[in-house]
Design a protein around this ligand. Structure first.
Ligand SMILES: Cc1cc2nc3c(=O)[nH]c(=O)nc-3n(C[C@H](O)[C@H](O)[C@H](O)COP(=O)(O)O)c2cc1C
Ligand code: SF4
Length: 393
């Protein structure tokens, strides 16, 4: 059994060593190793990365693409920025390994518009790798070419959704596509495309060097490895923390110095809002899906302010394709105003809004509209005291 070392965020492996090891394996073996590690995408949805790479590798079509999703638009999330600032080399190496694994020679980093200061950092890492023959043509003397370009986003949250991101990269308005076809079969310019989050790619060199079993041992069940969390709000030490998958939210809060906790939002504005009685719940895809953002609210906060703020965000960021999302978020925001003005005073009067929230979840095309009602349901049912005495914590 491997030693339980946590390396994913806190170490830069010897640059090029994982790529060198990968190039001594067949591309199928690289995919197999990633698949065996059972790593699930770190961008939020948690899709198994090895399966994605396998599908893209097997897809028919030339000019396959590797795209790094560095859009990081979820409120409260800054872990990808941290990784790029400190570990750009291993991000680019992870993308290059993906290129070898699926048979691609071209990578793109779709970088959040608000992160222009990261461009020189990525450019420098790219130049260093080219100088070391770890990127570019005939990498390490093998018949394998791969290069990476940076493309800045345009500041829209929905462009973090992978098909919307692809539309944006193609120079079109950034709105989600219908799926299928999935990007692994028909993505950027209709080519087979792998889209992965920054943290997912950055974990790959560690998996290749230490092996799938090592990665599995770090986590719990089918939630393997460690995870980065951006924690902010009412805490003493906001920042980026790395914990094994399956850790409790209480462990993370203790590390970050949270006191007088009223509520914790896990997974961003569209994630779950839990009470201080639920700190034993686990950060895993089976319980609290660990998107990356954790925001702590102490007892001085009015959670209706928080809810209003998040719903205004969703109203603003909805791309407008689906009526359920475009109109639904406006209606949920109306409900917040009605509660605040005392025009809704019972859970019974809120029932149509809860029904609307369910329709939004099933009737919306992408994750934005499918998950934006979460904050409304959680905050209204757990934290708000209505005059009729029902609802609220
Ligand atoms: C509205 C919306 C915004 C998203 N924003 C991001 C983002 O900023 N970064 C990211 O990696 N994934 C984001 N995703 C998830 C992507 O669609 C996709 O699942 C992910 O990039 C795949 O990479 P992974 O498998 O490594 O997680 C978003 C999804 C939705 C619906
Ligand atoms: S759910 Fe919202 S953001 Fe997503 S496609 Fe529909 S309207 Fe656009």
């Amino acid at each position: 059994m491997s030693e339980k070392k946590i390396l994913t965020a806190t170490e830069q492996p010897d640059t090029g060593s994982a790529l060198k090891k990968s190039l001594e394996m067949t591309s199928a073996d690289v995919v197999f190793e990633v698949r065996e590690s059972e790593i699930r995408g770190r961008g939020g949805a948690g899709f198994p990365t090895g399966i994605k790479w396998n599908l893209a590798g097997a897809a028919s079509g030339s000019n396959k693409m590797v795209i790094c999703n560095a859009d990081e638009g979820e409120p409260g999330t800054f872990k990808d920025r941290y990784l790029i600032e400190n570990y750009a080399l291993k991000l680019l190496e992870g993308m290059t390994i993906a290129g070898y694994a699926i048979g691609s020679s071209h990578g793109i980093i779709y970088l959040r518009a608000e992160y222009p200061y990261l461009i020189p950092i990525i450019e420098k890492a790219r130049e260093d790798l080219i100088r070391e023959n770890l990127l570019g043509e005939n990498i390490l003397g093998k018949d394998f070419n791969f290069d990476i370009e940076i493309r800045p986003g345009a500041g829209a949250y929905v462009c973090g959704e992978e098909t919307s991101l692809i539309e944006s990269l193609e120079g079109k308005r950034g709105v989600p596509r219908n799926k299928p076809p999935y990007p692994v079969n028909s993505g950027y310019l209709f080519r087979p495309t792998v889209v992965n989050n920054v943290e997912t790619f950055a974990a790959v060199p560690h998996i290749i060097l230490n092996g799938a079993e090592w990665f599995q041992d770090l986590g719990i069940g089918d939630c393997t490895g460690t995870k980065l969390f951006s924690i902010s709000g009412d805490i003493e030490n906001p920042g980026v923390y790395e914990l094994p998958m399956g850790s409790t939210i209480g462990e993370l809060l203790e590390a970050a110095g949270a006191k007088d906790v009223q509520a914790v939002q896990v997974g961003g504005a569209s994630g779950a809002t839990i009470t201080a009685d639920e700190l034993e719940r686990s950060l895993s895809f089976d319980d609290l899906p660990p998107g990356g953002s954790v925001i702590v609210f102490n007892s001085s906060r009015d959670l209706m302010d928080v809810l209003e703020n998040f719903l205004e965000f969703f109203v603003h960021e909805s791309c407008g394709q689906c009526t359920t999302c475009r109109e639904g978020n406006v209606r949920l925001l109306d409900a917040v105003h009605l509660i605040r003005n005392g025009e809704i005073s019972s859970m019974e009067e809120l029932e149509p809004f809860f029904q609307l929230a369910e329709v939004m979840k099933i009737g919306s095309k992408c994750g934005l509209g499918q998950t934006s009602p979460n904050c409304f349901i959680d905050i209204v049912t757990r934290f708000i005291d209505l005059p009729d005495g029902k609802g609220g914590a």
